[in-house]
Write a protein that binds this ligand. Structure first.
Ligand code: SDX
Length: 431
């Protein structure tokens, strides 16, 4: 007999079933609540609401645990690559050696964007934010390959998946080159995913970028750490759009738009802007922290806090360690890193942050690492989007293959004007 929860209100009672997840997390299943009781639930911001059953990623926010298809992020960060992790998220298991080679070859097959896509770049002003370019160019890419918009079988799905993962990287690099008035650098089939991205970003027609192994490894790790994160804002957006049976390109482009916000994927850019402001103002961080604790200031300690993690974000721990190693290997002394470390130490001992369980999240150190890789700050959220693409595709696929094909359509509680009637304009006065 499945467990139940009992509801009682206004002299009524009702029993609703409980569902239990793989590691024992429990939820009240309210799928039949309104039919059964006439009640709906309200949870602004969805902090207490599970939107789906999902087998892709598990997070325990209290313990600071993150697993992709059951594998701890620490093991994947240490031993895997972004391409292998992407395969794991999308196909649900680590690939065989042949499987990995096939997937990698598909990514190579799709690495070139359609030549006519280059004209779209001409339509953007030089200062266009690359996230605006990325979201529009993902949909534009789908226009050139309509057969990918409606995959008929698993081969089509494999092609569509590899196409988007590969093209998002080329589009991002081309957007950067365009913003700097630089010639496009085409991908090289002999280069693997992250190395090819760095090549397209930083090589010149007459001089190949020096692909230092520690730089390629650092970027690949950033992609691994950003690859999925259960029902975050952008992934939930992708699932919402997927539920209307929109194509994968439209869903992925919607994910890019949701990710852009400074409370979400835009936080990595906001962290660097915050650290630079602190340095510019000659602040040792204490003035900024004071402001971040004052609601009226409109400021927040960017890169701190998380809706789910009420403990240290495990990705932040990994990035912080990798950041130290990378800067040492590249002999970079970044004053922003010193400010970040100081801010972290002060905040972790400040009752305001401790009481609210605000810890560094993935964005707190990732920007410093991307700066060390030579990636400009306006491209930071684009890097996040490239990393998150496999997670979005895995969630899109999960919606398409399960969820009973139902469109996502939440209810609401109406708090507007009671019934009123139309008044012709000449009887409305001037108010
Ligand atoms: C990502 O969801 C995911 O999984 C996202 C992500 C992923 O991989 O997809 O992990 C990536 O988006 C990481 C988060 C990046 N964003 C930031 O670093 C922006 C700064 N952080 C916040 O704005 C905030 O912490 C959120 C948006 C991340 C979480 O917000 P919540 O859960 O809505 O928390 P809240 O706003 O209700 O805050 C609770 C309290 C409030 O104070 P009180 O009203 O209780 O007095 O904590 C305070 C907030 O004012 N607070 C902060 C703060 N974050 C929360 N105060 C100062 N600085 C902060 N950063």
């Amino acid at each position: 007999m499945s467990q139940q929860a009992e509801l009682s209100w206004d002299g009524h009672q009702a029993k609703v079933p409980l569902v239990e997840g793989t590691v024992g997390e429990k939820a009240i299943d309210i799928s039949k609540l309104r039919d059964q009781t006439g009640l709906i639930t309200l949870d602004v911001g969805y902090g207490n609401t599970g939107s789906c059953l999902s087998a892709i990623t598990f997070i325990d926010g209290e313990q600071g645990i993150l697993r992709y298809r059951g594998i701890p992020i620490e093991e994947l960060a240490e031993q895997s690559t972004f391409v292998e992790t992407a395969y794991l998220l999308i196909y649900g298991k680590l690939p065989s050696k042949d499987g990995l080679k096939c997937f990698s070859d598909l990514l190579t097959k799709h690495e070139l964007i359609h030549e006519d896509m280059k004209f779209h770049f001409e339509g953007f002003p030089p200062n266009a934010h690359p996230m605006a370019i990325l979201s529009s160019m993902i949909n534009a890419a789908g226009c050139y390959y309509p057969q990918l918009l409606a995959p008929q079988d698993t081969k089509d799905f494999d092609d569509e998946t590899a196409f988007i993962i590969s093209q998002v990287r080329t589009i991002a690099a081309f957007a950067y080159r365009k913003s700097r008035g630089l010639p496009f650098i085409y991908p090289k089939p002999q280069l693997k995913y992250s190395a090819n991205f760095l090549h397209m970003m930083f090589s010149e027609p007459n001089a190949d970028y020096d692909l230092k192994p520690e730089v390629v490894r650092a970027l690949d790790l950033i992609f691994v750490l950003h690859a999925d994160h259960e029902q975050n804002c952008s992934t939930s957006t992708v699932r919402m759009v997927a539920s209307s049976k929109a194509n994968l390109f439209a869903s992925a482009a919607s994910g890019v738009c949701a990710l852009w916000g400074p409370l979400h994927g835009g936080a990595n850019q906001a962290v660097i802007e915050m650290l630079e402001q602190i340095r510019r103002e000659g602040d040792d961080g204490s003035r900024f922290l004071q402001a971040a604790k004052d609601k009226k200031s409109g400021r927040r300690l960017m890169g701190f806090g998380h809706r789910v993690y009420k403990n240290y974000d495990p990705r932040a721990k990994i990035i912080k360690k990798q950041c130290d190693e990378l800067l040492a290997a590249l002999k970079i002394d970044d004053p922003l890193l010193d400010i970040a470390r100081q801010l972290e130490q002060t905040a972790l001992h400040d009752s305001y942050f401790v009481e609210r369980k605000l810890y560094p999240n993935v964005d707190f150190y990732s920007g410093i690492m991307m700066r060390a890789l030579g990636i400009p700050v306006e491209m930071f959220t684009v890097i996040f989007a490239i990393g998150r693409m496999p997670g979005w595709i895995a969630n899109y696929r999960e919606v398409s293959e399960s969820q009973g094909g139902r469109i996502c359509r939440p209810r609401q509680i109406y708090t507007g004007t009671p019934l009123t009637h139309y008044v012709p304009v000449d009887q409305r006065g001037n108010a």
